[in-house]
Every structure is written in C-alpha cells, then in structure tokens.
Design a protein around this ligand. Sequence first.
Ligand code: NAD
Length: 483
Amino acid sequence: MDRVDLLINGAFRSTSRRFPLVNPTTGETVAEVCEAGADDVDDAVQAARAALAGPWGAMPVAERLRLLRAVADEVDRRRDAFLALEVRDTGKPVAFAGTVDIPRGAANFRAFADMLAGQHDEAYHQDTADGRGAVHVTQRRPVGVVGVICPWNLPLLLMTWKVAPALAAGNTVVVKPSEETPSTATLLGEVMRDVGVPDGVYNVVHGFGPGSAGEAIVQHADVDAITFTGESATGRAIMASCAADLKRVSFELGGKNPALVFADADLDEAVAGTVRSAFSNCGQICLCTERVYVERSVFDTFVAKLAAAADALVLGPPEGADTDMGPLVSAVHRDKVVSYLDLAVAEGAQVHAGGRVAEVAGFPGGFWVRPTVWTGLGQQARTVREEIFGPVCHVTPFDTEAEAVALANDTEYGLCAAVWTSDVRRAHRVGGAIDAGMVWVNTWYLRDLRTPFGGMKASGLGREGGHYSTEFYTELKNLCIKL
Ligand code: NAD
C-alpha cells in the first residue's frame, strides 16, 4: 500500500502514527498517511526559519522567481502523476481535475513569479528646515515563516494559490494539506527538490486540526502568519489561537452563495450557468451557488429547465468519458449532505431533481449523491441558511429588484454571487449592492489571478490575488535617511 510522507527540510519522513486514505470512488483504503506530531511540526518550522536566514533569504530575487517558474514547468511535465493522485484522493472527474486543478496549480507559480518580478521599492524626498532634506525608502520584506492550512476540495490549486505568492515574496512555508487529500502536497515536495528549491523552503506536515498538526502550526511561536482556507467555524478557532501572539491571518472561508436570475436574462444561459455554479465539482467549491432567486414571471420555466438539466447530469467514475459528476469526497461528507436532503424534506421543501444518494454501476462503495433542486422553503429554513457544500440548490421566486438584493444579502456569509441579466445598468446596480467579495454577471468562476479574491462577513478576512497577496505575504517598512 502507498504511504504519504511528511517533507521536512528537504527530506521525506515517515512517522509511526498513520491514518488511512480512502478513495471516494470505491470507499477503499488506498494509502496510509503519516501523521506529524508536535515535534515534527517544530522540526518543519525550524527548517523553514533556517532557510529564511540562509539560502532562500540570500538568494537574488530573479533566481528565486526563476525557480518558481521551473516548479510550474515541472508540475506541467508531471501532470499525469499529479492528476492520478488528485483524482485518487478526491474522486473528481479526470476531465475537471485535468483542466482546472492541475493546470491552475502550475499557473499559480507563473502568475506570482510574474507579479513579484514587477515589484519595486518606493522613495519619497522630503525637504527639511535645515535645508539638508531626507529621503524615505519604503521597502517590502517577507513576513517570515508562513503556516498554510488547506481544505480538500481543490487541493493542489488552493494550496499553491497560497504557497506561490508566499515563496515569491521570499517567505518559507509549512503546509498542512487536508487530511482527506494529502498526496499532491507531498508530490510537490519532489518537484521543489528536483528543480533546486533549497531544503526547508517548502515543508509539508500531515494530520488533522485540533490536537494534531493543524493546531501545532497555529500555536507555534515561530510561525509568523497563517493563511487558511476552510470552514468559517475553523477560521474562528484559528483566529482565537492566533490572538495569543498576534499572528497575522488571511482567511478564505465558507459561503452560502446566491444567484439572481432576472426575467430579462438569456434564460438558457442562466440555466446552464446555474448548473455549473451549483453542481461543478459536486457542489464542493466555496464559490458554488446554493441559493437561487428567480424573477416570478420566469420562475416555473427556470425551475423546470434547471431540474431537467440536473437530471441529465451523468454520475460516474472519474475516468468515465461522459462523467459529469464524481462522488463526494468522503463518507462523512456524504452523510452530512444526506442529512440536509432529509432536513430539506422535513422543512417542507419540494424536490424537483435528485434528493437522494446514487449508485454507480461497478462502484458500490462510492459516495455519490444526485444533483438536487428544491423549492418551497422560506429564508429561515436551515437548508437555505447553512452551507451544505454539496450538489444542491434551493430556488425562490422574487418580484422586485430590491427584494432580490435583500434576499441575496440575507445571510451571514458574503463570498460571491452570480447575477443573470441583459440590462447593463441593472448589472451595475445589483452587482454593487450585493454584499460579497466577488460578483459575476452572466458568468461564474471566471478568474483573473491579478484580481482580489476573498469574502465579506463570515466568508473571510483579507484578500488574496495579485498585489493583494503581496500585501499579506510582506511586511512594509519605511527607512528614513537624513541627508
Ligand atoms: P475545514 O475547516 O474542516 O478544514 C480545513 C483545514 O483546516 C484542514 O486542513 C483541517 O485539518 C484544518 N483544521 C481544522 N481545524 C483546525 C484547527 N483547529 N486548527 C488548525 N487547523 C485546523 O474545511 P474543509 O471541510 O476541509 O473545507 C471545506 C470548507 O472550506 C467549506 O466551508 C468551504 O466553503 C471552505 N472553502 C473556502 C474557500 C474560499 O476561498 N473562501 C475555498 C475552498 C473551500
């Protein structure tokens, strides 16, 4: 059986405590993962600190960025190996991981190498009363050792979204991937080693949150910053820990994202877009739509078309040529989603599509759930308020634009929204009025890595992407020289 090791100071390390890695397609254990103890985490942090004071800190920026571009090229070269591990750990379709997860994993390194290549200091000349003057030089330097704590839904993509800017800015990292999807983080360690990234710059520790590697990173006094993507409740716990020594934090958290469909929209485009936004990656993307608000005059037509499109999605194994949806990531997560399928009915929902688990021929142990469309619930229903993180959405009618905006904003979350309309003035008005970090109009999840990414309210703290990442991963200091 495969073993997934830690990576500390350039060396792969196994530990005696192991936990099983389960393939969501078969339900079978396919590998054992080495769990890091507090002493392993401490070794990783000390290695990261030493690299910061040593080879990585001393390296010319151009050389550092060259290495990161080499990492991107090597991830592309080993695409099939990354793809195989990502698909094994998550069960997602090969077609999805091969066009989203793995290429974006490589692209993150190129994007942030390019961005940091353009970084420069600022200078301010100041007149002084004695006529000599002064010059101020405003510089950016790395924050230090960054703890990177990741979820399971887009493992390589979301991890490199943090690691790439952190390293480009000159930091070193200790990464803790999700316990559900540890493999590609360890494989990236081979890539780092093979292209010549110095030992200790990129370290990987495996394990869980509380009482395990996650907590050990967060509580470690020599970790300078935590960048975290995961549930809002976990963010709250991590922030409480970080308060002890005032570590800086960047949080990308949960969502209960709305889509607003106006009667003036191209309805077929809105349906197709909502199928993508609700069911991509089995609904396991933080940006997925779980609440749809549709103008009453097109409500019945929209629901019928959405339900038919959901019913037409093909559930199958990752390698299936026509597979649209793989299984959910784990039995625990499948059970959570199924509990909401039951809850929705108990709360009075009408089920227009799905609403049940699914069996895929030849894979009796897999964790599939049918894409589900509900109507009939009020805003106070738990199904409408709580993040489910599965292939589900609830559709509600509205009568006015103001009502649609109020319904969209009636949530503790504020990650993203999709608006479907052919009226450009409405697009500006509604897009501007929604409390969310990202609003897409007539599209969904169209990303430009230079733009800010992050959530309002309980969906996050801070923004990453473009120079917003650089701001988090650097300390700004001002040097004043009297002339
Ligand atoms: P999670 O919060 O359960 O776990 C995320 C990571 O945190 C894991 O590595 C876990 O081991 C670790 N962890 C848990 N408790 C910890 C603690 N007390 N201290 C330190 N580490 C701890 O989230 P998940 O189930 O892996 O991911 C799904 C969630 O992530 C959803 O809520 C989703 O919306 C969110 N998400 C948000 C974004 C975004 O960009 N906003 C992107 C992807 C996922």
